[in-house]
Design a protein around this ligand. Structure first.
Ligand code: HEM
Length: 278
């Protein structure tokens, strides 16, 4: 047996465990921020450019029901959904950078108000789109993402309420929960591209109908019962209780998901977002 430098969990000094948790959370947030900014860049470059040029039919290269000739109300809602999405996708990580919050509290408050308002608008527009325009996928996917829209709207209201009543610890928790569910659509894409990369192609679903057991599972775990929220609750619990074993296990889980997410971000950038900009 070879010697390793990693001590068993029970030998990790208690005061190291919170540090490890912080490191894992920072690694996760840094990776997620990069991936979300790439997604935001794609939204602005693809939808922003085509919308500014009045070339709305270009939306349909990606969204089968994006632009419908003559339906100006529906098209406006789709346009608002995707363009406002860029603001929250790019702005979300900015809200979580501690130095930015400490140095520019007014900016944090302003962006926070914009973030919750846009999150509610984007989720409401998404609900309208999914139930009036139809889309690819099956009813489990539609119901799951609709449940997520309800989470987004509810958490946004709770985050802003707690901020207004100066319940700052509660505000922090609801804002982080909101961030997780707002990014559900991003987790879905990154999870999908991770799966396609590790399987060397689509597996467990039909690419034409966009249905199958893998997509059913992914939509449930990213939208209806989000894994991201479960891990976030574990993170909160570990922060509060600081039990060594639980804290180290939570840190390990966060790190595993950071690696999965990193691979998925690479897959989504190279296989989904960049090719659409050509
Ligand atoms: C709040 C977070 C959300 C963000 C950031 C977001 C972002 C986006 C983006 C960027 C697209 C364009 C697709 C692409 O180019 O890959 C899109 C499409 C779409 N979104 Fe959202 N979205 C969010 C929430 C929702 C919710 C909650 C729903 C439904 C309840 C929804 C329903 C849809 C639908 C139906 C499409 C069109 C898909 C198609 O035609 O196949 N979105 N969204």
């Amino acid at each position: 047996m070879t010697e390793t430098n990693v001590p068993p969990v029970e030998k990790v000094p208690a005061f190291h465990a919170p540090r490890i948790l912080n490191l894992a959370a920072s690694a996760w947030l840094t990776t997620a921020s990069v991936g979300q900014w790439v997604f935001g860049f794609y939204i602005i470059s693809f939808y922003g450019k085509s919308t500014a040029a009045g070339e709305f039919e270009k939306w349909n290269r990606v969204l089968p029901h994006g632009y419908v000739e003559g339906d100006w109300k529906g098209n406006l809602i789709v346009g608002l959904h995707v363009l406002l999405a860029a603001v929250i996708v790019i702005g979300g990580p900015l809200q979580l950078i501690p130095a930015l919050r400490a140095q520019f509290p007014r900016f944090h408050r302003l962006l926070g108000r914009i973030y919750v308002t846009i999150a509610i608008l984007v989720a409401s527009a998404g609900l309208f789109m999914i139930w009036t325009r139809g889309g690819i996928g099956d009813s489990t996917q539609r119901i799951s993402i609709s449940i997520q829209a309800i989470y987004i709207i509810s958490f946004a209201v709770l985050a802003i309420r707690c901020a207004r009543s100066r319940q700052l610890e509660k505000h922090r928790r609801w804002a982080l929960r909101l961030y997780m569910v707002v990014n559900g659509v991003w987790f879905f894409r990154v999870g999908l591209m991770f799966w396609i990369l590790v399987n060397g192609g689509p597996a467990g679903f039909d690419r034409e109908t966009f249905t199958g057991p893998f997509l059913t599972t992914l939509s449930i775990l990213t939208y209806a019962i989000p894994l991201s929220l479960i891990i976030l609750e574990m993170y909160f619990f570990a922060q509060k209780n600081q039990g060594k074993v639980f804290t180290i296990a939570t840190s390990a889980l966060i790190l595993i998901f950071t690696v999965i997410m990193g691979i998925g971000i690479f897959g989504a950038t190279m296989g989904m977002w960049l090719p659409r900009l050509k």
